[in-house]
Structures are given as structure tokens and as C-alpha cells.
Design a protein around this ligand. Structure first.
Ligand code: FAD
Length: 508
């Protein structure tokens, strides 16, 4: 029997691979051309797979490693070599992937045993504990508390450490002008990674996508961790240098600082180089050793990994296949070209898109309150935005991108979001330093030079009034909209139409 290791299961210590004598891996290259993936994403996955193969071999494990166009082709070769082989695989989180693997293996006379995916902390049972067979909306906070109780993380005698479950209120600070966050770690690519990066560069122009990708010309040199050792170093550097201020500045956005105090660990977590449990344990242990580490930073981080990350995986499991195309607001506009080019005078959008082009990353608030917020207000079809995120980010996989983009970012399905994350320039100005250096006026709602976020925001509320007005969490904003009715709202909506025209013409 051999273990089939997929490209997002690169962990030596968890799951059946831990005791495997023989492993099968497939580098299915057609995958790379199926979407306009960011070059860093492709380099990350293929380099990490080759590094993992080499580590397995060093450990004495036999690895059948197939460079192939598709899984079908890889399995053809494998079962010709080893007829009737018996394989075991951890359940992939992507919808439909297990069935597809089974079919491919069975068609070729092999056997496939699917076991639980050991690279998550939770199983269905924690979800059932939180929600039973209740209908949505599912509240993250309920799931998170079950997870805290079940794991004992940040608990004393059955109660949350510090007396509160959640310190989010303390995590909305904006750093002073003199603030200098620590340098993010960068990992120098070795020969294996450089070879993969060169192959990825050679793909340019041969994508099967429409429009032809990648829209990500000239990123900065690749620096993401691709081995277990590098991922552990990235974790240690986060814990040592950035954890203490992770909480307070979690929601802040600075034009010249792409990483701030964020962990930058999602790319490693999502391919298995780090286990979410060890990441949480490292943070809690560090906080114990350095008691001045603020609890709001520690709890804030634990909530992201133990709460949100695990929650999203189950939301996806429960919501698919409908979730992928969910669109309860009926948004039907095309994603503006500026998401690929970064070509806009809006300082915030231009900087964040540029960061994605450079390194396949932007932090959570930039994803939610700049990129998704703009698309939500503009009326972009959620599926199109999901495709863009999926293509552009080093940490993007369908199971995690889809609930974040379609539900959290686009208010697509009503599975857990109780209201849309919609905000005007007021929010952007409060939480960033973008507006002071922008050509648009963040205080103006209509007329020339008015920040697009403002007119689109009020237009969004007016456009979706029937759907959103009765939402008790939206009462206040609708009372503000009522104050604008008449000439003021007409002018705002006219500006919103103009903003859309400008975006369509590439002139925003
Ligand atoms: P930090 O901000 O330092 O957070 C620590 C860790 O918490 C992350 O590494 C991640 O593992 C976990 N985490 C936090 N929030 C979430 C969340 N909402 N969902 C899942 N995990 C979370 N995350 C992805 O891993 N892949 C995606 O494709 C992805 N797409 C997103 C799209 C949108 C529109 C939004 C709003 C969020 C998305 N996220 C995604 C969640 C989150 O933004 C990223 O996990 C985070 O920015 C990764 O950077 P970091 O490691 O520096 O995280």
C-alpha cells in the first residue's frame, strides 16, 4: 500500500504519510495553465512538492513522483507500473475532489482508501456540537467557543483566559507616524525552487484562460517558504518579532507596509508545511514565556486560526456546490480590468492590487475592506471576484477562498454573514493612510473628484434597499440614506454611474 500525497498535504508528521514506506505524488502541470495563477503561487506549490519529495527520499521513503499533464495521465503511468496498487489519501477539502480521485483510480484497476484529513484541527463533530442540524446563518463565535473548549486553548478551569472570549474591540488601533513594523522574512530560493520559477516564467503566454493570463507581469523575486524548515523559521520569526503587535494593528492599512504585523503563514499552512495546531501552540507558548505579550494579540491570532480558518472549511463543506455561484444580491457586473492592472488613481486600490501583483498577497483587511468592499459596492458578480482571488493569491485554494470571497466579501449566500461588509471612504480613511495621498476626496460623495467608495456605497444601499432595509443591523445606515434622499442622493447616484463608466473605460 502507498500513500497518495496531494500538493496541499506536504506534512511529514501528520496523517498516513508519517509511517509510509511508499508515497505517490503527481505534479500535474496542466493545472498551472488552467487559471491565470500568480507566478508565486505556482512556484510555491510545485517547488514545495519537489522539496517534500526530496525530504521523503532522504527519510528513506520510496517516492513515485510523476511529472504529468493531468492526474489521469499520472495514474495511467502509475498503474501500468504497479497494476492494482492500493492507495490511501487524506480527504482533500476541495468539493468533488474525492469522487474524482476515486473514479480515476478505480477506472485503472486500483484501490483508493480515503481517510480524514489530519491537517485540520476540527472534524465534523465540533461543527455538529456548535450547530447540530440548524439552518444558517451559522455564527462563527459559537463555533469558536466550541473549539476553545474542545482544545483547551486559552482556557483555565473551563473559562476563557482573561475572562473574555474575544478581545476584538482592542484590535482596531492605528499606528502612529513613527511606527516601523519589523521586516517580513524572505527565503532565498535554492536550486530546486529556482528551476521551478524558471519553468513558471516559461509558461507565460501559454495559458488556457480567457482572458489569457497571467495578468501578473514582473512580480518581485520569489521569497515564500517552500520547505518545512523555512516554514518553521517563518513561524518563529512571527512569534518573536510580530506577535506582540499583531492584535492592535490587525485592521490597519499603511501604504508603504504590506505586511505590518501579520503572520504571513497562510501560504505554508494551506499546503501543510505547518500544522494549525503547532502554530497556535507556538503562539501560546511564546506568550507564556513572555507574559508581557498582550492577550488581545494572542487571542486575536488564535481566533483567526482555530476559529475562522476551521470555520471556513466547514462553511465550504456545508455550502457547496451552491456556495460557488451564490449571489443573493444579484450582482452581475464584470470585474473591472484594474483588478489585473492596478491602473487607477484610487490610492488604496492601486496600492493593494500592486501588492498582489508583486507578491500574491495582501492582508485580511485589504482583501475585505478594499478589494471585496469595492467589488461589492460596484456590483461585481461574486463568482468573478472569487476567480480573481483564486488566481492571484499564494494562499488561495477553493475551500478557503470561496467562503471568504463569496460569503464574507460579497454577502453572496447568507451562510454566516449577517450583513454585508460594505463601507464608504470614511472607513478607509480611519484605518489607513491612503486618503491623505489620494487624488480623490474622501469627504466628498458626489461631483468631480469625489471618492468612488462614497457614491458607490450610497448607491449600493439604495440599489439593495428591498433586500437589506429590514436587516436590523442596517437600520442606522438606512436612516442616513433617508437623510440624503432627493437631490443629494440623485447626485450621488449619478456620480456612481460615472464611476462605473470610468472604471469600464480604464480611467478611474
Ligand atoms: P494573519 O492575518 O496573520 O492571520 C493568521 C492566520 O489566520 C492566517 O494565516 C490564516 O491561516 C488564518 N485566517 C485568518 N482569517 C482567516 C479567514 N477568514 N479564513 C481562513 N483563514 C483565516 N485566506 C486564505 O488562506 N486563502 C485565501 O484564499 C483567502 N482569501 C481571502 C479572500 C477574502 C476576500 C478575504 C476577506 C479573506 C481571505 N482569506 C484567505 C483570509 C485571510 O485574509 C488570510 O488567511 C490572511 O490574510 C493570510 O495572511 P496571514 O497569514 O498574514 O494572516
Amino acid at each position: 500500500m502507498a500513500v497518495l500525497v496531494l500538493g496541499d498535504q506536504l506534512n511529514l508528521d501528520h496523517g498516513p504519510v508519517a509511517n509510509a514506506d511508499r508515497v505517490v505524488m503527481m505534479e500535474a502541470r496542466a493545472f498551472a495553465r488552467r487559471r491565470a495563477y500568480h507566478p508565486h503561487k505556482l512556484t510555491l506549490v510545485f517547488a514545495a512538492m519537489r522539496q517534500f519529495r526530496d525530504q521523503l527520499r532522504e527519510r528513506g521513503t520510496t517516492v513515485d513522483y510523476y511529472g504529468c499533464e493531468t492526474f489521469a495521465e499520472g495514474f495511467d503511468t502509475h498503474f501500468e507500473r504497479r497494476p492494482g496498487d492500493e492507495l490511501v489519501v487524506m480527504e482533500p477539502p476541495t468539493y468533488g475532489a474525492t469522487d474524482r480521485l476515486r473514479e480515476l483510480v478505480h477506472e485503472r484497476g486500483g484501490h483508493l482508501n480515503v481517510v480524514d484529513n489530519a491537517l485540520f484541527i476540527s472534524s465534523r463533530s465540533e461543527w455538529e456540537q456548535a450547530f447540530g442540524d440548524r439552518e444558517p446563518p451559522y455564527r462563527h463565535e459559537e463555533f469558536y467557543r466550541v473549539m476553545r473548549r474542545e482544545t483547551g486553548f486559552l482556557m483555565t478551569d473551563g473559562d476563557p483566559v482573561g475572562g473574555e472570549w474575544n478581545y476584538d474591540e482592542e484590535n482596531r488601533q492605528f499606528p502612529g507616524e513613527a511606527y516601523e513594523p519589523p521586516e517580513p522574512p524572505r527565503f532565498e530560493p535554492d536550486k530546486t525552487t529556482r528551476e521551478v520559477a524558471a519553468w513558471v516564467r516559461s509558461l507565460s503566454g501559454s495559458y488556457d484562460t480567457d482572458p489569457p493570463g497571467p495578468g501578473w507581469a514582473d512580480p518581485e523575486p520569489f521569497f515564500w517558504p517552500v520547505t518545512r524548515e523555512e516554514a518553521v523559521e517563518a513561524l518563529e520569526k512571527f512569534v518573536d518579532a510580530r506577535l506582540a503587535e499583531f492584535g492592535p494593528y490587525q485592521d490597519a492599512m499603511l501604504a508603504d507596509e504590506w505586511a505590518l504585523n501579520h503572520a504571513l503563514l497562510s501560504s505554508a499552512l494551506n499546503i501543510g508545511l505547518l500544522h494549525p495546531r503547532e502554530v497556535i501552540e507556538a503562539v501560546i507558548t511564546a506568550a507564556r514565556e513572555r507574559p508581557d505579550t498582550p492577550l488581545n494579540s494572542v487571542e486575536g491570532f488564535v481566533r483567526q486560526v482555530l476559529g475562522w480558518r476551521e470555520f471556513m472549511r466547514h462553511v465550504y463543506r456545508k455550502g457547496m456546490p451552491q456556495l460557488a455561484s451564490a449571489n443573493q444580491l444579484g450582482a452581475d457586473r464584470e470585474l473591472p480590468e484594474l483588478y489585473w492592472t492596478g491602473d487607477t488613481d484610487m490610492a488604496c486600490l492601486s496600492d493593494v492590487v500592486d501588492g498582489v501583483r508583486q507578491r500574491g498577497y495582501s492582508h485580511h483587511i485589504e482583501r475585505l475592506m478594499i478589494l471585496s468592499n469595492f467589488a461589492l459596492l460596484y456590483g461585481v458578480e461574486p463568482d468573478q471576484l472569487n476567480e480573481w482571488f483564486h488566481a492571484g493569491y499564494v494562499d488561495a485554494y477553493h475551500w478557503v477562498t470561496t467562503p471568504n470571497v463569496v460569503e464574507m466579501g460579497s454577502f453572496g449566500a447568507g451562510l454566516f454573514a449577517t450583513k454585508p461588509y460594505a463601507a464608504s471612504a470614511n472607513y478607509v480613511n480611519r484605518m489607513s493612510d491612503y486618503c491623505s495621498g489620494c487624488d480623490y476626496y474622501h469627504t466628498k460623495d458626489s461631483g468631480e473628484g469625489a471618492c468612488p467608495f462614497n457614491s458607490l456605497y450610497w448607491d449600493f444601499l439604495a440599489r439593495n434597499e428591498e433586500r437589506l432595509r429590514d436587516n436590523h443591523r442596517m437600520g442606522l445606515v438606512y436612516s442616513h440614506l433617508d437623510d440624503k434622499r432627493g437631490e443629494e442622493l440623485d447626485a450621488i447616484r449619478e456620480r456612481a454611474s460615472e464611476v462605473r463608466r470610468l472604471a469600464e473605460d480604464g480611467d478611474l
